[in-house]
Design a protein around this ligand. Structure first.
Ligand SMILES: [Zn+2]
Length: 263
């Protein structure tokens, strides 16, 4: 079975340009510098999983013409990864008012459900604000093990994101590690042998960043992981596509929105 995996957003929490049309070091004339907040689509012939629903979610789904959605996987609870959640409402109504299954780390779901209680528990109107989303916490014992949602298999793994634990995913030969500061041996063992690795390098050349990995850390990890192609994502306005492409060593590439893989 072939999966189509599409980067719907490779930007950091601000996106590029940031609000106020701020491009930083990025060339505004290069279309690959226009970045939505981090988001990934994983699609089989029958099933669509979206990883994260940040504030750009509606535009991402529309720009890349993704017309259906079966589940959302949350990497973590930071606002740039979940504050577009209200647009799941439209899918709920079109899916015959069936609550949309969302999956995530237990702590992440606790915070997200607290913030958006009206979506997970229902609001003050039975017809317009019923329960629209079903929260499913990943079983701790399932990290590092193959699981499946319908016909799509995946291996979730925990990552250190400084202020919280985040969850990465391996789908066949592709691994997705967003957002993270460091990876422990358990995570690296899951990712090892992936042909394609899409990974957070938002800290760029700053090893003191408390929540994101810098590029040097990624180079060290890939000595073990041995991915043939590493795509750096969570890119900030300080990271121009062409400059970064020249700076990265063989096998490393800047991600861009719309980049797609068949695995
Ligand atoms: Zn984050």
């Amino acid at each position: 079975m072939t999966l189509k995996i599409t980067i719907l957003g490779c930007g950091n929490s601000s996106g590029v340009p940031a609000v106020g049309n701020y491009w930083g070091n990025c060339d505004p004339n290069e279309p690959k510098n226009r970045r939505y907040k981090c988001c990934l689509a994983v699609q089989s012939d029958e099933t669509t999983i979206i990883i994260d629903t940040g504030a750009d979610f509606r535009h991402q789904m529309n720009d890349f013409n993704i017309t259906s959605l079966d589940a959302v996987f949350y990497t973590h609870q930071h606002s740039d990864h979940c504050h577009g959640i209200d647009d799941l409402r439209s899918f709920f109504f079109r899916n015959n008012r069936t609550p949309i299954p969302c999956f995530g780390h237990e702590q992440a779901l606790e915070e997200i459900t607290e913030r958006f209680k009206y979506l997970f528990e229902g609001g003050n109107h039975d017809y317009f604000y019923p329960k629209m989303i079903e929260a499913n916490a990943f079983d701790v014992s399932g990290f590092g093990k193959t699981q499946s949602f319908r016909d799509i298999s995946y291996i979730p793994y925990e990552m250190n994101h400084g202020t919280c634990t985040s969850v990465g995913f391996r789908f066949g030969d592709l691994s997705y590690s967003v957002d993270m500061k460091t990876l422990d041996q358990n995570a690296l063992n899951v990712i090892k042998g992936s042909k394609i690795w899409i990974v957070d390098g938002a800290a760029y050349d700053n090893s003191d960043n408390d929540v994101h990995a810098d590029l040097k850390t990624l180079y060290e990890y890939n000595e073990f992981v041995q991915a043939k192609q590493v795509f750096v994502t969570c890119l900030s306005s300080q990271m121009d596509y062409h400059i970064l492409k020249l700076e990265l060593p063989d096998g490393f590439y800047p991600a861009y929105d719309g980049m797609a893989f068949n695995i």
